[in-house]
Design a protein around this ligand. Sequence first.
Ligand SMILES: [Zn+2]
Length: 343
Amino acid sequence: MATAYRMTPKRRFLAGILGGRVDRTPVGSVTSVVNMAQMDATGASFPDCHLDGRKMAQLAAGAHTILGYDAILAYASVSAEAAALGCEVDWGDRENMPVSLAPIWSDPEQVAIPADFLERTPIRAILDATRILRAQYGDQVAIVGKVMGPWTLAYHLHGIQDFLIETLTEPERVRGFLDALQEITVLFGRAQIEAGADLLCVADHATGDLISAAMYRDFLLPHHQQITQRLGCPTVLHICGNTLDRLDDICQSGFDCFHFDSCVDAQGATYRVAGRISLMGNVNNPQILLQGTPEEALAQARYAQQAGVRVVGPECAIPLGTPTENLRAIAQAATEPLPSTGD
Ligand SMILES: [Zn+2]
């Protein structure tokens, strides 16, 4: 039976992440839900938004004002930290997300966080946008911060191929990188909380397509435990790809919620985690949201919702050409009551 009270989107989203009571299924994402239609509608567009906090906030707000989601995320790309640390970044255009081009550090000893890191343009833009969103929407809508975890930072700053090979040949070097890079995750995460984020997404792409579950457990899990302890705020881990074989370990990580990919079945995931962590996701991007119909998006969101996924939304950063009506269909699934179970 429906509860008699109505929650603000912020309380609903946070309750979903923390596994608490909700008036309806929360909807939203901790990765980008920006599409080109929102760029047109808000008058703020990629690539300018990546380096301008005011424009970034203007575009990001579309998640709530246009899509009807319960949360707003300022940081749409994955390249701000790498750019601020000195990597060359191609900032893309309206149709393409930024990409960092070449790694800069070959040894953990080289990892250095500049004293003005939080003031550097790509980082300051995210902090400015977070402050603006907090002031404009913070009493009603959940403001989401996002940081790259040490595994993803190693891909960008040391190079994905070298790093993955070294997990086999030079494990101590890998640990050295993770130790040093964790400081960037914590520093930037704390700054976003201070700027007004209600929760943080840690994106750390230790996916089953690239590393084994044993490697996740051995190398990264201890860092995730430290990061969640040090940040202290509500946290969501994002890893795309197949993660079914490491869900047990992720449940030990200290994250409140795991944002997962559609290649992991929603029923299989909720069965495996058995309430130890909240789940968010996992509507398919390339087939359903980009190329499918609103009916298909609604059906998959419903499937996730009925499986016990606590926050429904896209599986990962959506392709920029995704039709708005498919994204709105997810919100529709969340706002309709589930079929009565008779109690
Ligand atoms: Zn992803």
